[in-house]
Design a protein around this ligand. Sequence first.
Ligand SMILES: [Zn+2]
Length: 402
Amino acid sequence: MLTIREHCDACGGPLDDVFSMGSMPLANGLLSEADRLQPCETFPLMVAECQVCSLAQLRFVVDPTRLYDRYPFYTGASGPNVPYFHDLARQIQVRSHGLRVLEIGSNDGTLLAAMESVGLQVAGVDPAVEQCEQARTRIHHGDVVCKYWGTSTAYDFGGLFDSVVACNVLGHSNDLQDFIAGVRRVIRTDGLFVIEVQYLSALLKQAAFELIYHEHVSYFDEVSLGGLLARNGFKVIDWEITDSQCGTLRMWANAMGGGIAPEIQPHDWRGFSAQINDRRDFVMRQIYRAQQDGRRVCFYGAPAKATQLSNYWRLGTNTIEFATDTTLAKQGRYIPGSLIPVVHPSRLECTDAAIVAAWNFYPQIATQEAAFLAAGGQLISPTLAGDHFENLSRGRCAQALA
Ligand SMILES: [Zn+2]
């Protein structure tokens, strides 16, 4: 159920423990009415950093079959993901040397459908059963294999791919070497390998501890990801930071070799911890002010971030009465640990103050909820004022405080 990692998963180097969140429930493990009455299962959540390649990774790794048993995340359920992946699909179509593309971690097929719509021939692989079924209904050709990615799964695909794309999945892998070796097995030498990962530098800068949870086993920046690719025969040809998922690192590489591992830079984990405390004080002041105004305080959305925020900051139902969420599968369930009930968005009233748990979507949510705001409703962004990652507009926080 729990593996203790003694050495770096990327290079085998020694690890230093750098940040602990204590024992936490599984962030996506929303509870049913019956589960709610049982003692909540928790697992240690500790980040360790490699002294050799600087990859930040979890010290304790939960068995993936336990993590993805009932995985509630659907890419397409987050509205802004759809245009984002359409844009990525167009870029892949322009930059790829051929039409055959494999997506690792294809989830509900949002990117597969977008890639097919621009003329690419797609195939997908993902371990989540329901998401695979949904993905199959969204594409006209090609197949989706319902398995974990690795060298053994690579044999399920015939021929070589012109491009392989892996968005928000590498950080979930608990065997990075096998993941990358699998890609090498299915990609043409001049093929394009496109990877998107949660960007560690943005996470640290925003004191975004809620992005750390058991499903995210590794936390990359351009140094640790560039090094992993270089050591495995890939050459980084381009990289950029996008504002998806609170800051995403997108790397483009080919399999021609000759990549150079970048020099490592120390990360400021002590500063990160101090900033989390400042952030908590700032957010708690807003909650108390809303309560004093007679508002009910709730979560707008019940993503994994809501589990981490409520449990790490000890916010129970006496502070946050409920969480609204548009995902049907989440409604009627409870956030593990804090036991905040997840309800239909119609429960939100214009006298409420809603903490936007998915604060990376704050601008879109503020636009969507214009009527709620105009009627006197309040949205709170649980982020630290004035110290945002530069690509994530400062205006967002000012707007939240208005
Ligand atoms: Zn390492």
